[in-house]
Design a binder for this molecule. Structure first.
Ligand code: NAD
Length: 541
């Protein structure tokens, strides 16, 4: 029995460890990296709490060292999906009826375990499996993941506290039921934290979840699944189903009790899933909730009077950290004609100083791109730019796949504002620059707004307040996350709720109440304390 109005820990963000040479953190991280590099992990499907080794396996190799085999994972097939579906149906009621603070406790404990030492496991797996350097792994798989687990319960509490008005004769209650069915969570490779949030946000709100991780991040994602078990998540609430995306989606979207999609990844895949849902609409018990955060073509705009000393390093970080494989990474840059030579000379010189290689060498700023397909796609854009009369490569441009999938940070100068690399998402360490005429800043803002179909993140560097206000207004629909005098990456849970509209998604703002609201279906209960006798109204006499 719980006769208390329970509160959960308030909103807070994990402190970032830097892993500087000789620090205790560096020693523990290195030990974990050594251990994971020396062992071969065999990762099962987890359906209804059962670990199933299906025999249909795929290798996990480090993107920066193709010879480093880290393990294998087993793919879920139709039989495992049935086990997951059956068990989730069995546990759904009990999980939904658990007091919400008891569900929250599972994730609060997961956050605490990360802070306590599990961070090294998640970071090492992310560094080796997704080729992130120590800082990029830390801000993602340790801090942002823990932030989702510790902040989402506070957002949930705020939702549950929203109640309808009542009177002395009539009592109204709002209850926030989970959706009637399961949520399908499909996660991308590039953020371990997103892989953590997409299944757990609906689970926190009382839903059961089928989670399909990306094939190129199964290692870190497996350690997340293990973390949920350690934190006490009941079997069957989140099912871990690595495998063939098309096959799994076909089965899950065909279920009568499919109730929601929580997706992050490319726009094309999201569109195909949405179409698949639309085609099966009559089959469903309820209209499914569809939440998707998708692609980006994120911009940085440098105003002529901006402080170039601070803008240039932030352009480098915004464009090239994690090899440009952040949905928020800057991939088009607008520089004013009046200062173009100075900005570009400095940008090219700084880009030339970036070191590339294994994440185990702490001097490296950039590491490898995720896999062969990404390497082929990005090098295709670079080669096309080499042949394009509207483009010239002014920095980088070399690619080497002999050891791992390495692509040098590359800058393309476009003579036309709508040259192909200014418009399309490349999702790699490629920044395209257009020099705008600063005699007509309004026309330049229109270009920023109209050049690409996406609207995820953007940044404006400017000094004068009036210029800042103008930019905010002119670019009001160009980005869901706009940054002033900062890089467009690095959103923090609870401080910069994240997401964009247009072709960038449904803008349901991960890391805020707005996202959690999508995973509940409210019911109002009105109770009449003084029912009337008789059916006649006064006006009738
Ligand atoms: P992706 O679309 O290739 O894959 C995402 C997920 O979808 C993976 O789990 C993949 O296996 C799955 N998938 C692929 N085909 C599928 C199908 N037919 N049916 C069901 N699932 C399918 O994306 P990615 O390469 O993992 O990630 C990069 C993309 O994600 C970029 O476009 C990037 O902008 C976007 N992204 C967006 C955000 C955001 O918040 N807006 C965040 C991270 C990544």
């Amino acid at each position: 029995m719980n006769n208390g109005i329970v509160s959960v820990p308030g909103r807070q963000n994990a402190a970032v460890q830097e892993y500087s040479a000789g620090s205790a953190g560096r020693i523990r991280l290195e030990a974990e990296l050594d251990r994971m590099s020396a062992q071969l992990v065999e990762i099962p499907v987890i359906a209804g709490g059962r670990r199933i080794f299906t025999g249909r396996t795929r290798e996990i190799r480090a993107p920066h060292d193709k010879s480093l085999l880290l393990g294998v994972y087993h793919e879920a097939g139709p039989a495992e999906l049935q086990v997951a579906l059956e068990s989730s149906r069995q546990v759904a009621r009990e999980w939904a009826q658990l007091p919400w603070e008891e569900r929250a406790a599972v994730f609060l404990k997961a956050g605490a375990l990360i802070s306590d030492g599990y961070r090294y496991r998640l970071n090492a797996a992310t560094m080796l499996g997704q080729s992130k350097n120590s800082l990029q792994a830390e801000i993602d798989s340790a801090c942002e993941t823990a932030d989702f687990f510790t902040n989402n319960p506070a957002f949930a509490a705020a939702i549950y506290a929203r109640q309808s008005a009542s009177t002395s004769k009539e009592w109204n209650r709002l209850e926030y039921r989970p959706l009637e069915g399961f949520v399908y969570a499909v996660t991308p490779f590039n953020f371990t934290a997103i892989a953590a949030n997409l299944p757990t946000a609906p689970a926190l709100m009382g839903n059961v979840v089928m989670w399909k991780p990306a094939s190129s991040s199964v290692l870190s994602n497996w350690y997340l699944a293990e973390l949920y078990r350690l934190a006490g998540l009941p079997d069957g609430v989140i099912n871990f189903l690595p495998g063939r995306a098309g096959e799994i989606s076909d089965t899950l979207l065909s279920q009568h009790d499919f109730a929601g999609l929580h997706f992050t990844g490319s726009t094309a895949v999201f569109n195909s899933l949405w179409r698949g849902i639309g085609e099966r609409l009559e089959n469903y018990r309820t209209y499914p909730r569809i939440v998707g955060e998708t692609g980006g073509k994120d911009f940085i705009f440098i105003h002529p009077d901006a402080d170039f000393d601070s803008a240039i390093p932030l352009v480098i970080r915004g464009a090239f950290e994690y090899q440009g494989q952040k949905c928020s990474a800057a991939s088009r840059l607008y520089v004013p004609k009046s200062a173009a030579k100075e900005i570009l000379d400095r940008l090219v010189a700084e880009t030339g100083r970036l070191k590339m290689g294994s994440p185990r060498d702490y001097g490296n700023f950039v590491n490898a791109v995720i896999d062969k397909a990404a390497f082929a796609n990005i090098t295709g854009y670079i080669e096309a730019a080499r042949l394009d009369s509207e483009c010239s490569i002014i920095a980088g441009g070399t690619c080497d796949d002999s050891l791992g999938w390495f692509i040098e940070p590359t800058i393309i100068l476009a003579s036309q504002p709508k040259a192909r690399p200014m418009v399309e998402e490349i999702f790699g360490p490629v920044l395209t620059v257009y020099v705008y005429d600063d005699k007509d800043i309004d026309a330049a803002y229109r270009l920023v707004d109209e050049t690409s179909p996406y609207a995820l993140t953007g940044a404006v560097f400017a000094r004068e307040r009036v210029d800042i206000v103008k930019a905010i207004s002119a670019l009001s629909n160009a980005a869901g996350n706009l940054y002033i005098n900062d890089k467009p990456t690095g959103a923090v849970v609870g401080r910069q709720p994240f997401g964009g509209a247009r072709a960038s998604g449904t803008n349901d703002k991960a890391g805020s109440e707005l996202n959690l609201l999508r995973w509940v279906s409210a019911r109002n209960i009105k109770e009449n304390f003084l029912p009337q006798a008789g059916w006649e109204y006064d006006y009738m006499s």
